[in-house]
Design a protein around this ligand. Structure first.
Ligand code: PLP
Length: 273
């Protein structure tokens, strides 16, 4: 007999903690909440971090990561999962093993590698494990320009056609879809390209002049997972997530948190009430 559906959609984030609250687990839970989804979390690593950089990182032992995943799997009807910072190859393998507890649940893989501040969040020798263990089970993988290049061992895409070509090469690694994010590119517009088996879709928004973009990638992936947990199709989930993140970046211009690259305003809609 199928498990009864939870009355509220549930999304799970498997990611690192950002002590400053702008990225990682904290960003994901705020995003889930803002989008009307109940959020659960499995913490893979703890960062001592603020808007100026990452001061320290502690990866959690595999056993406690496995135990957290088992606790959720035993009790919560998870509707979608997002992975973020996975620190090293052992953690990638541990999380990939744990994800076998959630067959058929949509999975958003944010291949987090390096923070905006330049701090490394995934050991370089773990990139192989992300490709081999997470791509084949991902509903969508969400690399930014630099992450796509690292995953392919290729130069950073110089234009939208190159972005799409890289997305197609990444799709061949086994993901059902790839969203190549152009937020770090030049020009007055930011375009993300969703590459699917059946074609591709481009999502374009005017670029916002701000340095407060800390946690943007985490937030977008979490928003996609929230929408998938609510039953949206992938293209609708990406469109809604992009609109949410754009509004959060816009509102984050005046949030006034920290002295460096501040966070986006995840709760802009609630704060306005
Ligand atoms: N810290 C943690 C724990 C993260 O998961 C991430 C995001 O991917 C970051 C920091 C990076 O944040 P940003 O590059 O947006 O500053």
């Amino acid at each position: 007999m199928a498990a009864p559906r939870a009355p509220t959609p549930i999304a799970l984030t498997i990611a690192g903690s950002d002590s400053s609250g702008g990225a990682g687990i904290q960003a994901d839970l705020k995003t889930f909440t803002a989008l009307g989804v109940y959020g659960a979390s499995v913490i893979t690593a703890i960062t001592a971090q603020n808007t100026q950089g990452v001061q320290d990182v502690l990866g959690l032992p595999p056993a406690i990561i496995t135990a957290q995943i088992a606790s959720i799997a035993a009790d919560l009807a998870v509707g979608a999962i997002k992975t973020g910072m996975l620190a090293d190859r052992t953690t990638v393998a541990t999380v990939a093993d744990g994800l076998a507890n959630f067959p058929g649940v949509p999975l958003v893989v944010d291949p987090v590698m390096v923070a905006t501040s330049g701090d490394v969040l995934l050991a370089p020798d773990a990139i192989d494990a992300v490709r081999a263990r997470l791509f084949p089970i991902a509903t969508v993988v969400t690399p930014n320009l630099r992450e796509a290049a690292k995953l392919l061992d290729a130069p950073v895409a110089a234009d939208e056609d190159e972005m799409e070509a890289q997305g197609r090469r990444l799709l061949a690694l086994g993901a059902k879809a790839v969203l190549v994010k152009g937020g770090h590119g030049p020009g007055p517009h930011a375009t993300d390209i969703l590459v699917l088996d059946t074609g591709s879709l481009r999502f374009t928004r005017p670029r916002i002049a701000t340095r407060n973009t800390h946690g943007t990638g985490c937030t977008l992936a979490a928003a996609i997972a929230a929408e998938l947990a609510r039953g949206a199709s992938l293209p609708s989930a990406v469109a809604a997530a992009k609109a949410y993140v754009w509004a959060a970046i816009e509102a984050g211009r005046t949030l006034g948190v920290g002295h460096g690259n501040g966070p986006v305003d995840h709760l802009h809609a609630i704060r306005r009430q």
